[in-house]
Ligand binder design. Structure first.
Ligand code: URA
Length: 424
């Protein structure tokens, strides 16, 4: 059946809704084999699809599982999604900030795949944190705390879960049609009618260049319109890791530090930017007014209070939280200015230390990672500490790999903003 549909397409006939439905539903039910699905996915990966075909794929994936109705909450809900990056702990920080301002944040978060980390894994590094919750408990948490982050339910966008694992296995990830339908099927099924997507661009992201990221953003916005959802895409830089820490527990530690007033400047900028967009959408106010509320919530401790309330609500015991690993410091062998830090290089190192997984069943080591002690634009003197590697099992050449990720020049390079552009 898959072969016939692909033959038809190769002869210039567009996929019909029924073609895509029969392949995707057949895969979920087991009638379509992994091999046939691989062929379909590879075809889409290599040839791309028209907008109508992407819409069909998204619709079929939405209908492959449950669709959550958040209207009974009677609250404005704004969802946020990241397309995946290195050191991306944004959800841990933005969600309580936005919730502290009365905008509800219902979040379904994924696990790390490839070298990009997943929020669900990061939160599970906090002892006791419950990431798997029933729909009833999810709704109760949103009602009482206005923020709840759960892992992708077995019941939501079921086809996406299955297809995503297959894509990861065959390396068919960076495709507009596949990413747009994957992200948007989950977002539409999760129920929020306002969605902010942090679309990462650079060597540590799936979208390596601005052109392909912009195309993806426009496709997701169009899908949103079809379902009457407002989608805003923020294209942000992922050539350099975000913040100081990369690794599950280390990133939770950085979120704690953030609310204690210690933050890396690019991270702070992106947090304030994304939170302000979410608050402006949620409250129907302009970006400037929303930004003022966001900065006040951070400075006054209101957001910090919500962060601890949220973690406790989901069972997390911050008092028992620790970064469980040995560490070694990496020193600079030259003096100069940090012009760049290779996100992909650091991401791969953390992955090899045990911080990521290839298959979804793989276990990960929460304690491992890299903590940057210098960031882009800073001056460094030979012998100074550039970063600290947290490990439980040494990886051959790990210090050299971390050192090589730092691009140090004689002159200070003009710094680029972490936010590249916003597409609405
Ligand atoms: N995030 C998703 O949810 N799906 C993709 O395909 C890529 C990133």
């Amino acid at each position: 059946m898959v072969e016939d549909i692909l033959d038809k397409k190769k002869n210039g006939v567009m996929f019909s809704y029924e073609d895509i439905r029969s392949i995707v539903d057949g895969y979920v039910s087991g009638e379509v084999s992994d091999d046939d699905m691989r062929e379909f996915v590879m075809y889409v990966y290599e040839n791309e699809l028209s907008f109508s075909e992407i819409n069909y794929l998204t619709d079929v994936m939405i209908k492959s599982g449950e669709v959550i109705d958040l209207s009974s909450l009677g609250k404005v809900c704004v969802d946020k999604h990241s397309s995946g990056g290195i050191g991306d702990k944004i959800t841990l920080i933005v969600s309580p900030i936005v919730a502290s301002l009365g905008v509800c944040v219902p979040k379904m978060s994924g696990r790390g795949l490839g070298i990009t980390g997943g929020t669900a894994d990061k939160l599970e590094s906090i002892p006791g944190f419950k990431i798997n919750m029933s729909r009833k408990s999810f709704m109760k948490a949103l009602d009482e705390a206005s923020v709840c982050v759960i892992s992708q339910s077995e019941k939501i966008a079921v086809a996406d879960k299955k297809i995503y694992a297959l894509r990861n296995e065959i390396g068919a990830v960076d495709s507009t049609a596949l990413i747009a339908s994957s992200i948007m099927s989950k977002k539409i099924a999760s129920g929020a009618d306002k969605i902010v997507i942090d679309l990462k661009v650079g060597n540590g992201a799936f979208m390596k260049d601005l052109k392909s990221a912009s195309k993806l953003a426009k496709t997701m916005i169009e899908i949103g319109k079809y379902y009457d959802r407002k989608v805003v895409c923020v294209l942000s830089d992922m050539n350099v890791p975000l913040g100081y820490n990369i690794g599950n527990a280390l990133e939770v530690k950085e979120a704690i530090d953030f609310f204690d007033g210690v933050y890396e400047k690019r991270l702070y900028f992106l947090v304030v930017y994304l939170s302000s967009i979410m608050v402006s959408l949620g409250k129907g106010i302009c970006f400037r007014s929303a930004k003022k509320l966001v900065v006040d919530a951070i400075d006054s401790g209101l957001a910090r209070h919500k962060f601890y309330e949220w973690i406790k609500y989901q069972g997390g015991k911050i008092s028992k939280f620790k970064v469980d690993a040995d560490s070694v410091k990496v020193l600079s062998d030259v003096s100069g200015y940090i012009n760049s830090i290779d996100a992909q290089g650091i991401g791969k190192l953390v992955f090899d230390l045990g911080g990521g997984r290839v298959k979804k069943e793989d276990s990960i080591d929460y304690g491992v990672g890299v903590s940057l002690k210098k960031t882009v634009g800073e001056k460094v003197v030979k012998g100074e500490v550039l970063c600290e590697i947290f490990y439980n099992k040494k990886v051959r050449g790990m210090e050299k790999r971390a050192l090589d990720a730092f691009v140090i020049g004689k002159k200070k390079r003009k710094e680029k903003s972490v936010v590249i552009k916003t597409i609405k």
